[in-house]
Design a binder for this molecule. Structure first.
Ligand code: SAM
Length: 222
């Protein structure tokens, strides 16, 4: 059966390329995103939403559609070495390329007649099409003691060091936090341990270069 789905809005995110996007929501609290709803949605469509602290955002992994999908994938949490069934993972390479993120809601605005929904801790690429938004209801949805299969606890973070000539002094506090929190997540592919390799990441218009030595990311320039 085929079903036609239209997106309801689009994400503005500091992440303009896939490399370096956090692997799950809320891992980088400084990653603020804004969902702008399509013009057909008025403030009536979000009446009551601002009373909720978290929202579920359903979206399309639009930049993975052309890459197709696979029945088994290699989750980064398993070092990229072991395969798991796609439905046991949060991989973008799934049959309908649909994603789901639980995000802290900051505020809902109306800008020139367009509804804007601001959230923290996004794990979404700039331009991501949004399919639906729902409030998070803790008494039914919070299950903190549930088993989590092969995903146990939050991943280890890298320590951050800035090279003196990196340009860190020109950054606002918010931008510095965003870069540090993003790189601390260790964006490298799971199997890479090459201390001399320089990685590049575009974030909010900054071209950030870094290396990883042991458990420390050294930021070379931004
Ligand atoms: N929380 C969501 C979920 O569970 O469905 C996303 C988890 S997925 C593992 C997160 C990764 O998806 C990010 O690190 C980024 O590489 C990728 N991603 C985010 N937005 C995307 C998009 N619009 N198209 C393709 N890949 C995207």
């Amino acid at each position: 059966m085929q079903h036609l789905i239209h997106s309801i809005g689009v994400v503005s995110s500091p992440y303009t390329q896939k490399f370096g996007i956090p692997r799950q929501p809320q891992l980088v609290p400084a990653a603020k995103i804004c969902i702008t709803l399509n013009p057909e949605f008025s403030m009536d469509s979000v009446r009551g939403l601002d009373g909720f602290e978290y929202i579920w955002v359903q979206f399309l992994f639009h930049d993975a559609v052309a890459e197709g999908w696979a029945e088994m994938v290699r989750p980064p949490r398993l070092g990229g070495k072991k395969k798991m069934g796609v439905f046991a993972t949060r991989s973008p390479h799934r049959p309908n390329h649909m994603g789901l993120s639980l995000l802290p809601l900051e505020r809902v605005d109306n800008l020139n007649g367009r509804v804007q929904i601001w959230c923290k801790g996004g794990d979404l690429l700039d331009g991501t099409p949004v399919l639906d938004i729902k409030p998070y209801i803790p008494f039914v949805e919070a299950k903190p003691d549930a088993q989590a299969g092969f995903v146990s606890g939050a991943p280890e973070k890298l320590a951050i060091e800035w090279q003196p000539e990196s340009g860190v002094g020109q950054l606002s506090t918010e931008m510095r936090e965003l870069i540090e929190q993003s790189i601390a997540q260790d964006p490298r592919p799971a199997y890479q341990e090459i201390p001399e390799r320089v990685y590049g990441m575009e974030i909010a218009g900054f071209d950030v270069k870094f290396r990883v030595v042991g458990n420390t990311a050294v930021i070379l320039s931004c």
